[in-house]
Every structure is written in structure tokens, then in C-alpha cells.
Design a binder for this molecule. Structure first.
Ligand SMILES: [Zn+2]
Length: 290
């Protein structure tokens, strides 16, 4: 019986994430073009044919239409479906964090444990939404929208006061301090790194959007999240850079414009699900060897 509930709610969480991401696909296309995200309703970018509701079901419609517009048969980018799958998976992970121990009585792997807290779920959903939106706009247009970065900083601080669990703090004032500290620390650190790099290489190495994004990560999840996100994103970013060099798509020592926003977003999401567990594991490793 418990398994039955677990699966029903898991399907709901995945579908909800996919639907949110489906709307994000619209925002990713329209926000940088300063178009309204509500009107006109969805239409094929090539032939302008309106997309009917049954052609607009996340993931399923793309597969049924085999990635082509129902009207003009022009290919539709598989990225729409990829974004929807990502939204579904991230919402599903946020759900599993508390549902596996609470509903199934089973501890999920890698310390993804959280007590059921509807406010915390809402905060995670908000963070996932903002990070997907920012990442894909950054991939397409090489900038992070202020709605995501400044919006995240402005929302993160009062939300931390209302939901202290975001900062892993028991009391509201403590959570507020961690939020402001994380925001200021992340912002100033990445800003300083960017300033030093642009002095050394005489070229802008870090966009100001990235600096504001790490500020938002700090406002939401505190200074440890900032530290983790910066380390994780620079490691993954370096690996991606090396992969580009190996595949001949970039020159060693040369500058290839790669948006850093998606790497920061990935780091922040990994922190949200597994960060504290990874820190615990690392601290235990230090103690064992020290
Ligand atoms: Zn079409």
C-alpha cells in the first residue's frame, strides 16, 4: 500500500515538473525577445500554426509527433523535450528526498533525507524553476536574466526568514544572517575572481550575471552552498572545457565563450539534493586520515 502511494505521488511530482518545464520552454524563448509569456498562445515558430492542447502535453506529444510540427512537419528541437524531462526529474528528486524515508520507511541513497515540509518543497520547486530558466537563456543568449539572479537575491533573504530550513538553521534570525552572509560572500568572492581574471587576461572572464547568480544561490541556501557550488561548477566546467579541447571545438589557452551559468546552476542543484551529505562524507574522510 505504501509503495502504491509512493508511485502515484512520484508520477504526480514528475508530471508537475514536466508541466512547469513545458511553460519554461515558452519563457526561455520569449523572455529574451521581450514577448509576453501568456499571449499569443503556443504556436509553431516555423509555420505559426497554433498548438492544440493535446499536441502540447509535455514529453508525450513530442514523441507522438516524432519531433515534427503537426501542421508543417518541420522538425521541432528535441531540446524542448530535454527541458521537460529535466524539470520532471528534478521535481521527482525533490519529492524522493522526503517521500522515501517518510512513505516507504527506506533511507534513500547518498543521504538525501529531509523531513516533509511543504514550504521547503515550494522553495525547492522555485529554485529548480529559476535555475532551469536562467541556464537555458544563458546557453542561448550568453546572459542570465535579472528576473532570475536579482529576483533570487531579493526573494531568498525574506524566504530564509520564513523557512529557516533553507539555511539548515533552527531559528529565523540565524537563517536570515546565513542568507545575507551567503549572498554577500558569494557575490563578493566571484566578483573579485572575475576582476582578477580580467586584469590578468585583459578579457572579461566572468559575466556579472554569474556574480549575481551566485548571490542568489547564497541567499537561498547559505554560505556552504556557495562554497560547494563554486568548487563543483569550476571542476565540472574545467572537465567540460577539456572535453571541448579534446574534441577540437576549442583551443587550449584560448578563450572560448562557454556560459558559466548552467554550471553554477548544476552545482546549486547538486547541493540542494546531496550537498550536506557530501560535506559530511568529506569531513569524516578528513577525520579518518587526520
Ligand atoms: Zn509548423
Amino acid at each position: 500500500m505504501a509503495l502504491y502511494y509512493f508511485i502515484v505521488f512520484a508520477l504526480f511530482a514528475f508530471s508537475l515538473g514536466a508541466c512547469v518545464a513545458s511553460f519554461l520552454n515558452v519563457c526561455i524563448w520569449r523572455l529574451p525577445r521581450e514577448e509576453s509569456v501568456v499571449s499569443p498562445p503556443s504556436h509553431c515558430p516555423k509555420c505559426n500554426a497554433p498548438i492544440r492542447w493535446y499536441q502540447n502535453i509535455p514529453i508525450i506529444s513530442w514523441c507522438c509527433l516524432r519531433g515534427r510540427c503537426a501542421n508543417c512537419r518541420q522538425p521541432i528541437s528535441p531540446r524542448y523535450m530535454v527541458v521537460e524531462i529535466l524539470g520532471g526529474v528534478f521535481f521527482l528528486l525533490a519529492y524522493m528526498q522526503w517521500a522515501m524515508p517518510t512513505i516507504l520507511g527506506y533511507l534513500p541513497p547518498f543521504g538525501m533525507v529531509r523531513l516533509f515540509d511543504p514550504w521547503m518543497m515550494a522553495v525547492e520547486a522555485l529554485a529548480i524553476t529559476g535555475l532551469i530558466l536562467g541556464s537555458f537563456i544563458d546557453l542561448d543568449h550568453f546572459y542570465l536574466p535579472d528576473r532570475v539572479t536579482i529576483g533570487g537575491m531579493v526573494l531568498g533573504v525574506p524566504l530564509s526568514f520564513l523557512v529557516p530550513e533553507m539555511q539548515g538553521q533552527p531559528d529565523r534570525i540565524g537563517a536570515l544572517c546565513w542568507s545575507v552572509g551567503g549572498m554577500a560572500g558569494g557575490f563578493l568572492f566571484l566578483w573579485a575572481v572575475g576582476a582578477v581574471f580580467s586584469r590578468l587576461f585583459r578579457k572579461e572572464a566572468l559575466g556579472f550575471g554569474d556574480v549575481k547568480l551566485i548571490g542568489a544561490v547564497g541567499a537561498f541556501f547559505g554560505p556552504w552552498a556557495v562554497l560547494f557550488t563554486i568548487i563543483m561548477s569550476s571542476v565540472v566546467g574545467s572537465v567540460a572545457g577539456i572535453a571541448l579541447v579534446v574534441r577540437g571545438r576549442a583551443k587550449l589557452g584560448g578563450f572560448t565563450a562557454v556560459p558559466y551559468g548552467p554550471f553554477l546552476a548544476l552545482g546549486a542543484l547538486v547541493w540542494m539534493y546531496w550537498g550536506p551529505a557530501i560535506f559530511d562524507w568529506y569531513l569524516r574522510l578528513l577525520r579518518l586520515n587526520g
